[in-house]
Design a protein around this ligand. Structure first.
Ligand code: ZN
Length: 177
């Protein structure tokens, strides 16, 4: 009698476990169904986007890019015009731009032209030799422009001693890297 009861309880426990497992499976299945529906929605939205007049969109983007380039060209024309030193760059992303104007609008590039990176090598700024073939008057001007400024944030330093190349906060920050 007792044995039979125990056996029955075992079966019951087993069935309960199976039931719990079934519930889990059922929930997972439900989640999968919900997610599939979401994916389908996303897919059809994407198809809608694809069906947007893509040629038109492309033309529009090209036009915007051209306008942007025209505006930049005009801006640089003004910047070049207001430079005292008319030395321009013969190469690179700032081709035909005055070195002085580049210093004002993209100072990191001038630091790089001068042969430095905004990083430390010991306690000195890291150098590179990618500028080996740059015209020497460009390098000279770049060096004189960055003198007395921080090679990293380009703020003016309180001294124009040649050894001083980073402000104290940039120096601290670079030292930690
Ligand atoms: Zn700095």
């Amino acid at each position: 009698m007792n044995l039979q009861l125990e056996a029955q309880e075992d079966v019951l426990a087993h069935l309960k476990q199976r039931l719990a497992h079934c519930r889990e499976t059922f929930e997972t299945a439900n989640q999968i169904i919900t997610l599939s529906a979401k994916i389908e929605t996303l897919k059809s939205n994407h198809d809608d986007l694809k069906n947007l007049d893509s040629d038109n969109l492309q033309d529009h983007l090209t036009m915007l890019a051209n306008k942007q380039r025209d505006i930049e060209r005009l801006e640089w024309r003004d910047r070049n015009a207001s430079c005292e030193n008319k030395l321009t760059l013969p190469f690179g992303k700032h081709k035909d731009h005055c070195v002085e104007a580049v210093w004002e609008h993209d100072p990191g590039y001038i630091v790089w032209l001068a042969g430095f990176r905004p990083a430390l090598n010991g306690s000195r700024p890291e150098t590179h030799s990618n500028n080996a073939n740059f015209p020497s008057n460009v390098k000279q001007l770049a060096k004189s422009l960055i003198r007395g400024t921080c090679y990293s944030c380009h703020d003016e330093l309180d001294t124009d001693e040649a050894w001083k190349t980073f402000c104290s906060s940039c120096y601290k920050e670079l030292k930690m890297k």
